[in-house]
Unconditional design. Structure first.
Length: 54
């Protein structure tokens, strides 16, 4: 299992890969109206199919 911290534009998130499943944990989001805000959303991807945000 590997875990990677990534930044894409205004979102910082971590990706945990284990076999065919990738779990993406959104760590923080930045907007022009407020500073970095911590989030706890977990998005699970399996074989390229996006599932609901939990």
């Amino acid at each position: 299992m590997t875990f990677t911290i990534l930044r894409s534009k205004n979102v910082i998130f971590g990706v945990a890969e284990k076999g065919l499943r990738e779990e993406v944990l959104v760590v923080a989001v930045h907007s022009t109206e407020e500073p970095w805000r911590l989030l706890g959303g977990l998005v699970t991807y399996q074989r390229g199919n996006k599932q609901e945000l939990r």
